[in-house]
Design a protein around this ligand. Sequence first.
Ligand code: NAP
Length: 244
Amino acid sequence: MMNRLSGRVALVTGASRGIGRAIALTLADAGADVAIAYRRGADEACAVADGIKARGGKAEALSADLSNPQEAADMVKKATDALGTISILVNNAGVNPSRPLDQITASDWDETIRVNLSSAFYVTQAVLPAMRAQGWGRLIMLSSVAAQLGGVIGPHYAASKAGILGLVHSYASLLAKEGITCNAIAPALIETNMLKGNYRIKPDLIPMGRFGQPDEISSVALLLAQNGYITGQTINANGGWYMN
Ligand code: NAP
């Protein structure tokens, strides 16, 4: 298992904390050089990058608001200049504005769609030219059980995460002959900041009766980074909540 991704450059968005942080560390442990993209958590993102460097890996923390297409493109350029062509892209950055249904506003909708869905399109489009030129790539996108069951946040979040599945199906089929796979991970209730402050979120929603841990998602990302024959799929890691 060690170093099976050596020589590969990964870009993980939303890697300052939570699931993205775990994915960045797991890919680095497997030998990848990792760009740690974040928005506001500079100290946390630098700590992730320093942890990777302390273990002998290469890492670069880069800040951008990825809901802005120009910032997304600039960030990809900076990551490429620092580490080389991006071979593994993990679109993980996300928000979950949580309020009662009748208080969800148009601006909640716009923010959630832009951060969770549009950013994945912007970053993927920016990464693809060099990835296609090298003929090898892994696109991994964070969906959610919300795409399948509606979830506990609301229609804005569920729609953003269902949109990710459309992106995955399109990229997977368009790129199938080019050595580039594209898959989604659909978690449920992973113990991160996202679970805080929402009274509807309880472990007994999950058949296993517990929240998942970030490393239970990062191990799926590693599998998808290493495997060249899985494409267009949604891998569910949800404690048995949604079964397909
Ligand atoms: P989290 O702990 O809240 O982390 C979110 C990350 O996204 C942070 O690194 C944050 O950066 C970044 N981010 C937010 N807005 C951004 C923007 N405009 N531009 C760039 N980066 C931005 O979330 P998490 O629980 O790890 O979730 C990660 C992904 O998994 C999300 O897409 C989420 O929807 C999905 N997911 C989570 C769960 C769960 O139960 N936790 C379940 C299903 C799906 P800064 O902090 O640096 O600003």
